[in-house]
Write a protein that binds this ligand. Structure first.
Ligand code: LLP
Length: 416
């Protein structure tokens, strides 16, 4: 639904940088950050868009960062975030498992660990007594825009099961770890009824932690805030959202008798609407009742429609003409050797033709709201190099990731 760019600018970028191309608007990101200022700490879930230049923009706005892999920790450090156990710390590492290399990195850089399993606590405690930890708790229920993004409940591998909290606290004491806070992220794509439940569960967990003799510094509401991808989708009232969490925080503070920091950990909300993906129309064809528009970008770039049946708004623009008005229904598909390489489909993988401009070869296809879980979920499937990324700031476009080359792909396998 969102596209912060003019047709002329997008043509300019396609000409200068070629397609497929990811484009982000810095102002939109800054605006989203400003809407969440009421929280003590906004911690960007960088999995949504982990380009170092986007992280630098976040950092300049006072946003902290979450990392879920060694690579993401190193990205955060490269963007200027510092290791250290300060409260709030610049970087938190969130995971349910940790390999040796990751463990060594979080120990070396003193990155607090948000542990989603008790085994992680044992491994960390052995390697780094005194290390700062958060506990990610699975409250037993969850919610998401797709089953694949629902991270609470017994089907989910995420977090320490709520009834194991006491055991986790005992391990923290036994291993000499330093507890910072409790964290809950029940899924991506929030609705308010679940939010009330999560807040209630958090207050109870704080109570149990306090009763077990542990001192907490903060609580984290996780991420999950949705954005409107299509007409009629709910928009988040950030004041209301903050109000619910602030009330929970106050209840928790009354129980423990001191201040508790309140963190939010959004990914999608901060970046989704800042981005578009550009592709060029390379062919059109009919197959029975379906009209296909085939472009030079596929699910190796934007995986969300194929993976979750996610809806992304899109338009076609023609050089010298502008945006084409939507006319007949079209199925928009990519270049990959797979029938599922379709941007207009539902959750079950069924093609869903939808109104589109009368596209011709050479037109530009603009896919909206691709700033989150777009470039960061791309792959090299069909040996396609990763696309370039551009950040538009103060009317100027800056290349923030150059296009990968096929030679770079081949080099990983040749001359070993
Ligand atoms: N915190 C934790 C621990 C998470 O696992 C996630 C997302 C977030 C925060 C940020 O969630 P957000 O605010 O972006 O909803 N690939 C999927 C989304 C997967 C989200 C995974 N975890 C998509 O394209 O919709």
């Amino acid at each position: 639904m969102s596209n912060p760019f003019t047709p002329d600018l997008l043509w300019q970028l396609a000409d200068d940088f070629n397609t497929p191309l990811w484009v982000y608007d810095a102002d939109t990101i800054r605006q989203r950050i400003a809407e969440l200022q009421a929280f003590d700490t906004v911690r960007f879930a960088q999995k949504a868009c982990s380009n170092i230049h986007v992280l630098q923009l976040m950092r300049a706005q006072g946003v902290k960062v979450d990392a879920v892999s060694r690579g993401e920790v190193l990205r955060a450090l490269a963007a200027g975030y510092q290791g250290g156990f300060g409260e709030p710390s610049d970087i938190v590492f969130t995971a349910d498992v940790m390999d040796q290399a990751t463990l060594a990195t979080v120990v070396e850089h003193k990155i607090p660990v948000n542990a989603g399993s008790i085994d992680m606590l044992h491994q960390l405690g052995q390697a780094s007594p005194g290390h700062a930890v958060w506990l990610r708790i699975n409250p037993g229920f969850g919610h998401g825009h797709s089953n694949k993004t629902n991270t609470g409940g017994e089907h989910s591998k995420h977090g320490i099961w709520h009834s194991d909290l006491t055991m986790a606290l005992a391990v923290i004491a036994e291993r000499g770890l330093q507890l910072v806070g409790l964290h809950m992220h029940i899924g991506s794509g929030v609705d308010y009824s679940h939010l009330q439940e999560v807040c209630g569960a958090m207050v109870q967990l704080v109570q149990r932690t306090h009763a077990a003799g542990h001192r907490l510094q903060a609580i984290s509401a996780g991420g999950g805030l949705s954005i409107p991808y299509k007409e009629g989708d709910a928009t988040i009232d950030t004041q209301h959202y903050f109000g619910l969490w602030d009330a929970a925080r106050k209840q928790a503070e009354a129980l423990v008798g001191h201040h508790l920091g309140l963190e939010l950990e959004p990914g999608r909300y901060l970046v989704a609407e800042s981005g578009v993906l550009l592709g060029t129309v390379r062919a059109t064809k009919n197959a029975g009742s379906n009209h296909f528009v085939l472009v030079d970008t596929g699910f190796n770039e934007l995986m969300r429609p194929s993976m979750y049946g996610s809806y992304h708004g899109m338009h076609v623009q023609r050089r010298g003409v502008g945006v084409l008005p939507a006319q007949g229904d079209a199925v928009v598909a990519g270049p990959l050797c797979e029938s599922g390489d379709v941007f207009t489909q539902g959750e079950a993988g069924v093609v869903l033709p939808r109104p589109l401009g009368d596209a011709q070869v050479g037109d530009l296809l603009v896919i909206h709201d691709t700033g989150a879980y777009g470039a960061s979920m791309s792959s090299n499937y069909n040996s396609r190099p990763l696309a370039a990324e551009v950040l538009v700031e103060d009317g100027k476009a800056r290349l923030i990731r150059r296009r990968q080359t096929v030679d770079e792909l081949l080099a990983l396998e040749l001359g070993l």
